[in-house]
Design a protein around this ligand. Structure first.
Ligand code: AHR
Length: 859
């Protein structure tokens, strides 16, 4: 150690530091030095760096942000085969049930309007009260002292006279918690609006239904049945307050909508046709979305604008560009492309045109006379999937038309284009946490300015130097579902920090997907689960909502963005993690796994390369000797199976000292999502390698290695699909770092394991920014390692400042997730820090993301 003296303009300070290359290490295993050049700001951070990406996926709007409580309110989704209701309910649309002595059926002979072609006929027998009930989006949420607004069309026929009654009733006990009757129903279609209020002693539950009922004889028909709880800022046809509150905390400056795949649609008939998503909600016909369910389109263009307005965010409008998900497309020059081009121009006018323009008049009629500040328009979505090469022409056509009318707009391309220069490219990166961390420096200025960029895996491999900017319009670290875990959050934080430090090149970014309705499948009713995409940011059921650890990491970053980027130099001295094995000396036991799949394995044996029998084929049957992670296993007919065929589970047997061996077994899939998993070099449930045959949705065979629970694929990925019901012979030769996997004696996978292969293996990341107005310095540090990082932080050129600050810390077990039951298991905490000087020490806990807010304003 040497004694150094530091002199700044106004401050004299003396501190200890280490000589170059010998970092100080007062206790932890990782020592770091972070030098921040406070007086040398690099570039401004664009105000619109943080935004939201959304589309109708995972019940984002219907059953999510859009506060409507009735599912299938226009009866367009018919009964499902799984329906358990029997004959009485055979003709009822899904989510609708019959109560009392009556018949009910969907009727397409008496439409209210072209947008409402189907009604529900309730044929009353005269034997007391009867009705139809809707079970909402996995339940109707009941809360005490809450006012609900019900709206529906009704019409009487076949001699019915009298009123209809709207009520909310609990499933258990059929208790009515709110009830109101309409005026007498007439013989013409008419809209009825009523309010229902729960009492102070009403329960809080989602196990409830909305019921429309009547007493008497004759027929009552209903159409477009809607029920709203209070909405955010009480806007009609509005948004869910708890979710809006979570979004407000993210301080988004833009919203990218409507997608994503959703803008494209599965087929042409299912594209996002904006002209059918304006006007009163009951005049919008709805359409089939691309994520497996119908969209009511009650959340349409006006609601998108409402959302932007309520959050103070600007729209980033994605326009349909003539390509749909089944790869159908039209080329520039066709009549269809001329139509879509005009639609895009009209859509822009709807958003930003003056109130007296055609589009502006429609927008004003929808409640927004003021034009919206549209600055960015995206043309299509992920058009790199279009391998016909038509995007260049489609982009050029649409962009030229938009630029002719709105030259001020910045146009975003979603795939490489040659004929016209876009203003921005939209890069998409869905990666493992480790891979995303490795992308911290992706957009750094190139060391070699002549380096050419290439597009692969959803995005470009760096920044443009020719004036084109980058919009990272979808990204996420993907581990744990349906909302990702803390390990993902740390990678996400590092990735955002990387984009922020390069925000002279990266103008905007948004995580995806934003929302997931986390309700599980309801097999009794035949309903699927609420989410389709596996890794998401904000979750909810009918009653409450929560953010993932990544949500909190992003809120921390957005709330502490700063105005300018400060240069940071980080030096880390780190021991190799204790659990990592050197590639040369790999060893470990063997095992079996299952990923949401019913599998059975038989005749598992292991033989060392020198011929020693490590395990005979009949030895593994004593399941008590196995070390299991994630769910029980059992033996049946001499085969080993996971007890729950929908679990993520693996089980290990043998000696961790084993090395260099051949594993043999037979395997059969009985049902489920994927295929077989064979473990090798396994030390425990968190440190192992496995051969995943039929992984990634039963599409490929690949090796993966897990360290402290973080699993990463390695080696080549080979297409392989496991057939159900068939026995396969599997053989795995494990020779140090080399693994060869054979299926039915055919070599399928050959891979070399190199710890940290393909990346830096860095786990500590640091950046800094400064707030112009008060000089606050924001030092942002991710420590994704399992040791605390003891850091010496040098604030070069800081001048005199108040020696206080705040540390905002997000830390926890990397595998921890937030849930409805534990919504803030991983959430930030704030700690005051004092005694700061231009050079101070701070310890960053293991698995943490920290923002130090240092009050550098002069005292
Ligand atoms: O965010 C989920 C999907 O991922 C988006 O719809 C699509 O653009 C991407 O493939």
């Amino acid at each position: 150690m040497k004694l150094h003296r530091c002199i700044s303009l106004t401050l004299f300070c003396i501190f200890l530091t280490a000589t170059a290359g010998e970092a100080a290490r007062p206790g932890g295993n990782v020592a770091a030095e972070i030098r921040v050049d406070v007086d040398k700001p690099q570039h401004a951070i664009p105000p619109q760096l943080f935004g939201l990406m959304t589309e109708e996926i995972n019940h984002s709007y219907d059953g999510g942000l859009y506060a409507e409580l009735i599912q299938n309110r226009t009866f367009q989704d018919p009964s499902t085969r799984e329906r358990r209701g029997g004959d009485r309910e055979r003709n009822l649309p899904v989510h609708w049930f019959l109560l009392g002595a009556a018949n009910a059926r969907a009727d397409d002979t008496d439409p209210v309007s072209p947008a409402l072609p189907i009604s529900l006929r309730l044929e009353l027998s005269g034997n007391g009260e009867a009705g139809v009930a809707n079970d909402g989006y996995w339940g109707i949420p009941v809360k005490p002292e809450t006012v609900y607004t019900a709206m529906f069309y009704a019409k009487a026929s076949d001699g019915f006279t009298g009123a209809a009654t709207a009520s909310i009733r609990t499933d258990e006990g059929d208790v009515s918690v709110a009830k109101v009757s309409t005026a007498p129903i007439t013989g013409e279609w008419k809209k009825y609006t009523v309010t229902l209020k729960t009492a102070a002693d009403a329960p809080t539950t989602a196990r409830a239904r909305f019921v429309l009922s009547a007493a008497g004889k004759g027929t009552l028909s209903f159409a477009y049945v809607s029920l709203f709880p209070p909405t955010y800022q009480n806007a009609p046809n509005g948004l869910r307050p708890d979710i809006m509150q979570l979004l407000a905390e993210l301080k988004p400056k833009f919203i990218r909508l409507p997608g994503g795949n959703y803008v494209e649609g599965g087929r042409f008939a299912e594209r996002f046709n904006w002209k059918q998503m304006i006007g009163p909600p009951d005049q919008r016909p709805g359409h089939m979305g691309c994520w497996g369910y119908r969209s009511s389109d009650g959340f349409g263009m006006p609601e998108y604008l409402l959302w932007c307005k309520q959050l103070g965010a600007e729209p980033v409008l994605a326009v349909f560009a003539g390509y749909v998900l089944n790869r159908d497309h039209f080329r520039a020059g066709t009549a269809e492309m001329a139509l879509y081009t005009q639609e895009a121009v009209d859509e822009i006018e709807y958003v930003m045109g003056p109130a007296d323009s055609e589009g502006g008049k429609r927008r004003a009629a929808d409640g927004f006379p003021e034009p919206f500040p549209l600055r960015y328009v995206e043309i299509g979505n992920e058009d790199w999937f279009d391998n016909s090469g038509s995007y260049d022409g489609r982009f050029t056509l649409i962009a030229t038309a938009i630029r002719a009318r709105y030259p001020q707009l910045k146009l975003i391309a979603t795939a490489p284009v040659r004929s016209l220069k876009p203003d921005l490219y939209d890069d998409h990166f869905y990666r493992s946490p480790r891979a995303l961390r490795e992308m911290f420096n992706l957009y750094d200025p190139p060391r070699d300015p002549s380096q050419t960029l290439h597009f692969a895996g959803g995005g470009w491999n760096g920044r443009f130097t020719n004036g084109i900017k980058t919009f990272v319009g979808e990204w996420a670290a993907q581990e744990a579902r349906p909302l990702t875990n803390h390990n993902s959050a740390l990678a996400d934080a590092a990735f955002v920090m990387g984009m922020e430090k390069n925000s002279d090149a990266v103008e905007m970014q948004c995580y995806a997907p934003l929302f997931a309705n986390v309700n599980p499948a309801d097999s009794a009713k035949g309903y699927p689960r609420g989410w389709q995409w596996e890794y998401n940011l904000i979750g909810y059921d009918a009653l409450s909502s929560f953010g993932s650890p990544s949500y909190y990491a992003q809120a921390m970053l957005s709330q502490n963005k700063g105005d300018v980027v400060l240069p940071v130099k980080l030096d880390v001295k780190q021991d190799a993690p204790a659990s990592s094995q050197s590639a040369a000396a790999l060893h470990g036991a063997i095992g079996l796994g299952s990923w949401h799949t019913q599998v059975e394995y038989a005749d598992l044996s292991a033989t060392a390369f020198d011929g020693r029998k490590l395990m005979a084929a009949d030895a593994p049957n004593d399941i008590k000797r196995w070390d299991t992670t994630g769910g029980a296993w059992r033996v049946q007919d001499k085969a080993i199976r996971p007890a729950d065929g929908n679990a993520e589970t693996w089980t290990i047997i043998g000696d961790p000292k084993w090395s260099n061996y051949t594993i043999r077994l037979r395997a059969r899939k009985l049902g489920g999502d994927e295929g077989f998993i064979v473990l090798f070099n396994a030390l425990d449930g968190g440190n192992y390698q496995w051969w995943n045959v039929g992984g990634w949705g039963n599409s490929v065979a690949r090796a993966e290695a897990a360290q402290d629970g973080h699993r990463e694929p390695y080696g080549p990925s080979r297409e392989f699909r496991v057939e159900t019901g068939r026995w396969y012979d599997l053989r795995l030769e494990v020779n140090g770092p080399r693994v060869r996997g054979f299926i039915d004696d055919k070599l399928v996978t050959e891979a070399m394991y190199e710890p940290g292969a393909g990346g830096t293996g860095n786990v500590v990341f640091a950046t800094a920014t400064r707030v112009d107005s008060d000089g606050t310095v924001l030092v942002k540090v991710v420590n994704a390692g399992k040791e605390a990082a003891d850091a010496k932080i040098d604030l070069q050129g800081v001048g005199r400042f108040q020696p206080t600050g705040t540390a905002i810390v997000l830390s926890g077990d990397p595998r921890a997730v937030n849930t409805l039951a534990e919504p803030r298991k991983v959430a930030p905490r704030e700690e005051a820090i004092s005694g700061l000087s231009a050079s101070f020490r701070h310890t960053f806990p293991p698995y943490s993301f920290t923002i130090l807010r240092i009050n550098s304003a002069r005292p």
